[in-house]
Design a protein around this ligand. Structure first.
Ligand SMILES: O=C(O)CCC(=O)C(=O)O
Ligand SMILES: [Fe+2]
Length: 370
C-alpha cells in the first residue's frame, strides 16, 4: 500500500473487514464527487439538556458519517490537562527499557493485550511491518478500575485479560491509562446516543447493546520513518463500532484517510481534539449507508527534516461481546434476508485475520465505495 498509494498509481490497496481490497485512483474527468477534507464538529451540544440541540448535533454528525466516515470532535468537554497527562505517561512508558516493556509482551495474552514490539504488526504485507510500538488494554472484569460485575452469560470474562507492568519504574502507567479510558468511555456512551439520533432512532436505542461494551485503548508510538516505503500502520478499516483518536503534534500530517477517488486526505493534528471514525459494525448495521473509511498512518516528519516522534491514543468502542446485531430495520431491503451475528465472534475473527492474512496481490477484491 505505501508503495502503491501515490496518485500516479492505478490502484490503492488496503484491508477492509479483514479482506484485501483495492480502489482505482480516479483523476481528471474520471474523478467523482467525494470529500477532500475532514470536517470539524462542535460537540458542546452533546451535553445540552435540550433534545433539539442534541438532534441538531446529530444531523451534522450523521452527514459526516455518511459522506466521509471521519470527523474531528472539538469542544468535547474532556479535560485537556487529562489528555496532556496521558500523552506524557505514554511517552514515558515507551521510553522505558525494552525488558520492562516486554514483561507484558502481547504474545503472552489471548487477546493481544499488552506491549506490541516494532514491526510485529503488519497490516500491509508489502511492507516490512508497521513501524510502531503499542500497548493495548481493554474491557476486563477483573480490573477493579472498571467497576464491572461479571455477566453470567460470559463466564470467560471473569478471567484477566489485560496485562499491566509490575516493574517499579512502570507503575505510573496503569492509573494514567485508566484516567483516559474512563473519560473516553463516558464520552463514547454519549456519542453513541448522538449516533442513534442521527439514524432517526430513539436516543437510547443502542443502550441495551452496550451495557458491558467491548472497548480498547491502544497507546501507540510511531518513530519518524526512515524510508517512504515504510508505513506506521498499513491502510485498513477498524473493526469496532467507532474509534476516537487523540494524536500528538507532528509538523507533517501522519494520519491519512482514503477518499472515493483513491486519494489520501491528510488529517492534521488539531490540539485537544479527537478524530472520530466510523468502523465496521456501524457500517454493517446501516447496510453500508455509513462509511467505515480506509485510513493509514505514515510518520514522514523525517522527510520534512523535523524527525518528530508521534504518539496516538485510539479508543475503540464496540457493542457487548455477547450482543447480536444485524442490519437495522430501516436499512433493510424488501424480501432480502439478513444474518445476525454475535459481536464477540466477529471481533475474534477479525483479530485472527489481521494476524494471519497476507495480501495476495493477484487475488484482490476491488472496492470502490467512497
Ligand atoms: O494513530 C492513529 O492516528 C490511528 C491509528 C489507527 O488507525 C488504529 O490504531 O486503528
Ligand atoms: Fe484504525
Amino acid at each position: 500500500m505505501a508503495t502503491t498509494t501515490e496518485t500516479i498509481s492505478e490502484y490503492v490497496h488496503y484491508h477492509d473487514g479483514g479482506i484485501p481490497g483495492k480502489r482505482r485512483v480516479l483523476t481528471g474527468v474520471d474523478a467523482k464527487p467525494t470529500f477532500n477534507a475532514v470536517p470539524k464538529i462542535d460537540m458542546q451540544r452533546i451535553y445540552s439538556p435540550h433534545l433539539a440541540d442534541r438532534q441538531q448535533l446529530a444531523d451534522e454528525v450523521g452527514a459526516a458519517c455518511r459522506d466521509i466516515g471521519f470527523f474531528y470532535a472539538v469542544n468535547h468537554g474532556i479535560d485537556e490537562e487529562l489528555l496532556d497527562q496521558t500523552f506524557d505517561a505514554v511517552k514515558k512508558y515507551f521510553d522505558l527499557p525494552m525488558e520492562v516493556k516486554m514483561e507484558c509482551h502481547n504474545q503472552k495474552a489471548e487477546k493481544f493485550r499488552g506491549y506490541e514490539k516494532f514491526l510485529e504488526g503488519k497490516l500491509d504485507p508489502s511492507t516490512r511491518g508497521d513501524l510502531k510500538e503499542g500497548f493495548l488494554m481493554g474491557e476486563d472484569f477483573t480490573d477493579p478500575e472498571q467497576k464491572l460485575s461479571p455477566i453470567p452469560s460470559l463466564a470467560a470474562t471473569s478471567k484477566p485479560r489485560n496485562q499491566w507492568p509490575t516493574h517499579p519504574t512502570a507503575l505510573f502507567f496503569r492509573p494514567a491509562i485508566y484516567n483516559y479510558y474512563n473519560a473516553m468511555l463516558s464520552f463514547s456512551r454519549r456519542l453513541l446516543r448522538i449516533f442513534a439520533l442521527a439514524l432517526a432512532l430513539p436516543e437510547d436505542h443502542f443502550d441495551t447493546l452496550t451495557t458491558h461494551p467491548m472497548t480498547n485503548v491502544r497507546a501507540v508510538h510511531y518513530p519518524p520513518q526512515p524510508s517512504p516505503a515504510d508505513v506506521g500502520i498499513g491502510a485498513h478499516t477498524d473493526f469496532c463500532w467507532f474509534t476516537l483518536v487523540c494524536q500528538s503534534r507532528t509538523t507533517s500530517p501522519a494520519l491519512e484517510v482514503l477518499n472515493g477517488n483513491g486519494m489520501w486526505i491528510p488529517v492534521d493534528h488539531e490540539p485537544h481534539t479527537f478524530v472520530v471514525n466510523i468502523a465496521d459494525f456501524l457500517k454493517l448495521v446501516t447496510g453500508g449507508t455509513w462509511a467505515s473509511t480506509v485510513h493509514r498512518v505514515r510518520n514522514i516528519s523525517k522527510e520534512s527534516g523535523m524527525g518528530e516522534e508521534r504518539y496516538s491514543m485510539p479508543f475503540f468502542f464496540s457493542p457487548n461481546e455477547d450482543a447480536k446485531v444485524s442490519v437495522l430495520e430501516r436499512f433493510r431491503k424488501e424480501g432480502k434476508e439478513y444474518d445476525e451475528f454475535v459481536v464477540g465472534e466477529y471481533f475474534q475473527q477479525r483479530l485472527d485475520i489481521d494476524r494471519t492474512t497476507h495480501l495476495d496481490r493477484d487475488g484482490q477484491v476491488e472496492n470502490t465505495r467512497a
